[in-house]
Design a protein around this ligand. Sequence first.
Ligand code: ITT
Ligand code: NA
Length: 184
Amino acid sequence: MAIRFVTGNEGKVREARDYLADVESVEQVEYDYTEIQSDSLEEIAAHGAREAFEELGRDEPVLVDDAGLFVDALGGFPGPYSAYVEDTVGVERLWRLANAEENRRARFRTVLAYADETGTETFDGSVAGTLVAPRGEGGFGYDPIFEYNGQTMAEMSTAEKNAISHRGRALAEFTEWYADQRER
Ligand code: ITT
Ligand code: NA
């Protein structure tokens, strides 16, 4: 069996594959599920996973990952609009916006939604860090400006990032639940 990870983002897939290497194989599937209008990452991800599972065929489970960067001084912006802001404003200019503030704390959050024939489950992960001028060549998206413990996430290996990141934490929760599930 393989889990179908429904995403257009190869960085997410690389991290999930690395984390789940001994658990399950991960296949990337591109499918444009409906992103419902909501402030809740849980609702967006769960709805997307359910729809993808029904539409792509119910033979194998699916995973959806909805993430966002929440900047304290900007009232949580860009949050659920993070993908749109990366595409329009860009990471460098978001950093400049944050740099004008005294408080540069930010949080990354992701919700993983897993759907199979028995239902839909969501798993949450978050990490707090500081926004800094871009550094590092690894990772993707906002990683170069997100510093945790002296390193930006773009300066970390995939395994190092997974050990501390929002996605790594959500994958840890998922893995625990998944193992339990399969023992039944
Ligand atoms: P899919 O919806 O196809 O999965 P996406 O890149 O649009 O891919 P999101 O909407 O979840 O995914 O991502 C929101 C934004 O946050 C987007 O700009 C990502 O590049 C960025 N992002 C997500 N996870 C990240 C991470 O671990 N490190 C840095 N940026 C991340
Ligand atoms: Na998206």
